[in-house]
Design a protein around this ligand. Structure first.
Ligand code: DON
Length: 586
């Protein structure tokens, strides 16, 4: 470790330690006060760690081991894209729930000179996919078919995405970026308490869906500190190290993937793999009170929705109202309701469906949408079908933010969709397949696993990319890098990124506070305001309920990992205490 480097303890470790050592009601009460009072909310989770003036680079991502891999690459002279490639592969090993080579994602990039670009490495529907593939003969959606079957997987994009990003911007040797992940898979790494419990929770499904395979299984339960070795995954990563794209989309790995598909009546063919290519897309931009927002265009809905949300609230005095006060919450909820309604109708893969980007972002349109809300009463959402919302703590996607010494910045959100994707491994190759096909609209108006509804724009077609909420975003202030931000969280991704930005720009929170702060969420359907425990004060809740808002408590929302360039010009990280997320700078 360099002299200047401080290993920041993952916030969850602190939380868990506190939990272990706290006994008795009084102590539990004081713990809750510590965790949930608004004063405590404003504290860094790792309060005993001195803030350092990092200026050479920073990595904030979901696991301590992957953060270390990224930082090492930066210290070796790698740039932000080099570090991102290394982190992506390291997460595929150390965060099997979401880090992946069998999934896809999006990258937003901004060079130190201010040029920006985005890479779409989202999965695609296989050529044999079809619009009604998840419907039974009566035309009803077959439960779980787009989630936990071989047919749930889109053609993976992550490896091609990393190769593309590297070919365009990478500096160090490709092999040196993949090797740390190989080492982690081959030598094993110590698992956290959270990963142990995630693995134990999914054990029954791993067994059921993978007869004859023993990936991520052990005799008895996993415990914190157990060493997880993934030898087949190491072999696959070696092929990627040696043959880049061809190591995954051709040769042995492609053979194994296609034979896995055949065993489980899946659709991905060799031609699908060979034909998969990620796409460079022009970033979409917006302005919020002088800050320039650089974000992901479709097939993510995230960027457009974020820009719509920011525009919808821009002219209101949020700063004066304050963080999570009733007027703030009401305004934000009403903006979210309208934006998610648009999402369900107008957003889809732009290669297949003309997304009316300009109309959706037109200030006059946004104004007109916001005119219809009434301060005295909640606007009821037009009901199509009430959505179902996943209540358990979900962290099936992952986001990482990186800034290098020159000031190049990368925001990547990547996913298998559900926790551990389809929970189906490619036999012999040791990696998990995504269940991203569930992000398509299987049938107009029928909600997906996140309660999101859609229609024609997001219907299934061969070769089409499913709509996403992922919102990797970079913000500039006065032409200079200001923030790098993103999160997992399914449908809550957009609203979590939105609130994190407001927390910094409107409510003067530092990066860690902004990430820690409790969040709430509305997505049009179901017509419910979801709040993390104690996100809203009793008086705010009472006032909102009087106006007709239905408020429901849910588990932790998102895992925001972000970097801010603070007023002094130093890098300030925000690693989400809701997970094992870690920030490392130097
Ligand atoms: O692309 C999307 O919007 C979803 N597949 C993301 C899934 C996700 O964030 C799950 N994690 N909580």
């Amino acid at each position: 470790m360099g002299k200047n480097e401080i290993r920041l303890i993952p916030a969850s470790a602190i939380r868990l330690n506190l939990c272990k050592h706290v006994y008795g009601i009084a102590a539990v009460m004081s713990l809750s006060v510590f965790l949930f009072s608004s004063a405590a909310r404003a504290q860094e989770p790792s309060m005993n760690v001195k803030k350092e003036n990092f200026h050479n680079g920073m990595v904030v991502c979901a696991t301590p081991d992957a953060a270390k891999v990224g930082l090492d690459i930066l210290k070796k002279g790698g740039n932000a894209v080099d570090a991102a490639v290394a982190v992506q592969f390291a997460l595929a090993v150390t965060l099997p729930e979401a880090g992946n080579i069998g999934g896809g994602g999006f990258m937003v990039y901004r060079s130190a000179h201010g040029e920006s670009n985005t890479l779409d490495f989202r999965e695609k529907a296989p050529a044999r996919a079809s619009q009604n593939m998840y419907l039974d003969s009566a035309g009803n959606v077959v439960p779980n078919m787009s989630i936990a079957t071989h047919k749930a997987s889109g053609v993976p994009g992550s490896v091609d995405g990393m190769v593309e990003a590297y070919n365009k911007y990478g500096k160090l040797k490709w092999a040196d970026l993949v090797q740390p992940a190989i080492d982690l898979a081959h030598n094993g790494f110590k698992i956290t308490e959270k990963l142990a419990s995630d693995l134990n929770r999914s054990r029954a499904q791993f067994v059921k869906l993978n007869p004859g395979k023993s990936y991520l299984l052990k005799d008895g339960d996993w415990k914190e500190g157990d060493v997880l070795v993934q030898e087949d995954l190491a072999q696959t990563l070696m092929l990627i190290r040696d043959k880049k794209r061809e190591g995954f989309y051709g040769g042995m790995v492609a053979d194994l993937l296609v034979s896995e598909m055949k065993n489980g009546a899946g659709l991905i063919s060799k031609a699908d793999l060979q034909n998969y290519h990620s796409v460079w897309r022009k970033a979409i931009y917006g302005n919020y009170k002088g800050y320039k927002i650089i974000t992901m265009p479709p097939p993510s809905s995230g960027g457009i929705a974020l820009l719509q949300l920011l525009q919808s609230v821009e002219k209101y005095p949020l700063h004066r109202w304050g963080y999570n006060r009733d007027s703030t919450v009401q305004l934000v909820v009403e903006a979210e309701r309208r934006v998610y309604a648009d999402r369900s109708k107008y957003l889809g893969d732009p290669d297949f469906y003309k997304v009316p980007v300009d109309s959706l972002l037109n200030p006059a349109y946004i104004d007109a949408r916001m005119k219809s809300f009434d301060w005295n009463a909640a606007t009821p959402s037009t009901s199509i079908q009430p959505g179902k919302f996943v209540g358990y703590e979900s962290d099936q996607t992952t986001h990482y933010s990186i800034v290098d010494k020159e000031g190049n910045a990368v925001a990547i959100t990547t996913t298998l969709n559900d926790s551990f994707g389809s929970k189906i491994f490619v036999g012999g190759a040791g990696f998990l397949l995504n269940d991203e096909m569930d992000d398509f609209s299987a049938k107009p108006g029928v909600p997906n696993m996140f309660g999101l509804v859609g229609g024609k724009a997001n219907s299934i077609q061969p070769g089409k990319r499913m709509l996403s909420c992922m919102t990797p975003t970079i913000i500039e202030k006065n032409g200079k890098l200001f923030m790098v931000v993103g999160t997992p969280g399914g449908s809550t991704i957009i609203t979590s990124v939105f609130q994190t930005i407001l927390n910094v720009i409107e409510f003067d929170q530092d990066m860690q506070q902004a990430v820690n702060s409790k969040r709430f969420h509305h997505q049009w359907l179901p017509d419910v305001v979801y709040e993390e425990k104690d996100a809203l004060s009793d008086s705010t809740e009472t006032k909102l309920k009087q106006k007709g808002y239905k408020i429901v408590e849910r588990g932790p929302s998102g895992r925001v990992d972000a970097i801010l360039i603070n007023k002094a010009g130093y890098l300030e990280g925000g690693a989400d205490p809701r997970g094992d997320d870690t920030k490392l700078g130097w």
